[in-house]
Design a protein around this ligand. Structure first.
Ligand code: PLP
Length: 396
């Protein structure tokens, strides 16, 4: 009997990808074992975060790093760091940003539901650019000069959502922001693979970058990585760590927190609700190590094999494997349905109601396509998912 049986909660085969709604992905046994081991001894959490900082710095090329409860959490504490710097009074007052740099410049087409995380700090988003797609005449998205134009004395940071299609390019955004002395905070939550992206945004000049620990990295679902400038990571750490301490007894690891740069110890900060435990921190580091060791080619081959297994089970239906030649991509199986026989919605719902339940990705349903994503499949899941999908398709 599993813990889920005991709770009366059904498990499902996740062929949708690392969706938080479906509990994210599957951690490797080694990662789970590292978390269990971490849970069996107490440590000074700042010392553990300092070790994480060294580890993340080595993996990303950044000066420092930190672990919080998700990419979203990392964006929140990263944005807070850009607002407050190392001023404990400001840290205490957030999300009241009166009298502080409290604006963030962001390309309008990059606005998304995750930007709640940065707005939660009291930052006000100043949108630039008009990606005219509906009138039919628009050809441009925001341009670097428009970001420059929107930067004022009240600008705490430029917020950039990384994506292969994002415009302007990150180096162009960094150039205008840095010319005005403004840091660039990057949401790269889902930008792995390719593995190069661990280093790429930092190399392109980003001051802080957030990655999700629970997506392709294969870490704990409630973990995220913040990588970047030492002073900003220090400011983020100070607003996240438990600081119920006496100043004269407080000796945080200097490479993470140089306490002599502070006029006093801040109180608990705005990031306190983004807590990561020792289990998440250790699990994330274990996953990061395995992710780097596996490499894009082996990971892609593993995912592609599952896609091929599923495509083979669907012989006779209109099925294509996307991303099969690009090791930087996540390959997927696209099933194109005959609208006279079954809609994408119906296929997804029937599979979810099946035994075992299989969750597919309906994002392309308006094009008549259902997608099978291999990222969260366990060994053997592809065979079962393929049979389940074929069984439902053959009924119509
Ligand atoms: C998934 C995602 C996030 C949130 O990541 P978590 O680790 O779940 O907090 C933020 N931004 C983007 C663009 C994402 O895709």
């Amino acid at each position: 009997m599993t813990v889920y049986d005991e709770l009366g909660v059904r498990t499902l085969i996740n062929a949708k990808g690392t969706a938080t709604r479906l509990s994210g992905g599957i951690m490797r046994r080694e990662v789970a074992a590292a978390m269990v081991e971490a849970s069996q001894a107490c440590v000074d959490i700042a010392e553990l975060q300092a070790a994480a900082s060294r580890f993340i710095a080595a993996a990303t090329g950044a000066e420092a790093g930190y672990v919080a409860s998700g990419a979203s959490a990392c964006l929140l504490i990263g944005a807070a760091a850009c607002i407050t710097g190392l001023d404990p009074g400001r840290m205490a007052r957030l999300p009241d940003t009166t009298g502080m740099k409290n604006q963030c410049v962001m390309v309008r087409s990059q606005r998304n539901f995750y930007d709640h995380a940065i707005r939660a700090t009291g930052l006000r988003i100043v949108e630039v650019g008009l990606p005219d797609r509906y009138a039919g005449a628009g050809v441009r998205d925001a341009e670097a000069w428009e970001i420059d134009d929107a930067i004022t004395d009240a600008t705490a940071c430029v917020f950039y959502v990384a994506d292969a299609q994002a415009r302007p390019s990150l180096p162009d955004v960094v150039a205008v922001a840095h010319a005005r002395g403004v840091p660039v905070l990057v949401d790269a939550a889902a930008q792995l693979p390719p593995q190069d992206n661990l280093r790429r945004f930092i190399a392109e000049g980003a001051d802080l970058v957030a990655f999700s620990g629970g997506k392709a990295l294969g870490g704990p679902q409630a973990s995220g990585v913040l990588a970047g400038r030492r002073d900003l990571v220090m400011a983020a750490a100070l607003q996240h760590l438990d600081l119920d301490v006496f100043w004269d007894m407080w000796s945080p690891p200097p490479m993470l927190i140089d306490k002599y740069r502070l006029k006093g110890a801040p109180q608990h900060g705005i990031g306190r609700s983004c807590k990561a435990g020792k289990e998440e921190i250790v699990g994330l580091l274990s996953a990061l190590q395995l992710f780097v060791a596996e490499g894009d080619a082996a990971r892609h081959a593993r995912w592609l094999k599952d896609c091929e297994t599923i495509a083979a089970a669907l012989d006779g239906f209109l099925v294509t494997i996307t991303g099969s030649n690009d090791i930087a991509a996540v390959p997927a199986v696209e099933i194109t349905l005959d609208p006279d026989r079954m809609s994408p919605t119906e296929l997804c719902l029937r599979l979810l109601a099946g035994e075992p339940a299989v969750a597919l990705d309906p994002a392309l349903r308006d094009k008549g396509i259902v997608t099978v994503n291999p990222m969260c499949l366990r060994p053997g899941d592809a065979e079962v998912a393929g049979q389940q999908i074929a069984r439902v398709l053959r009924q119509f």
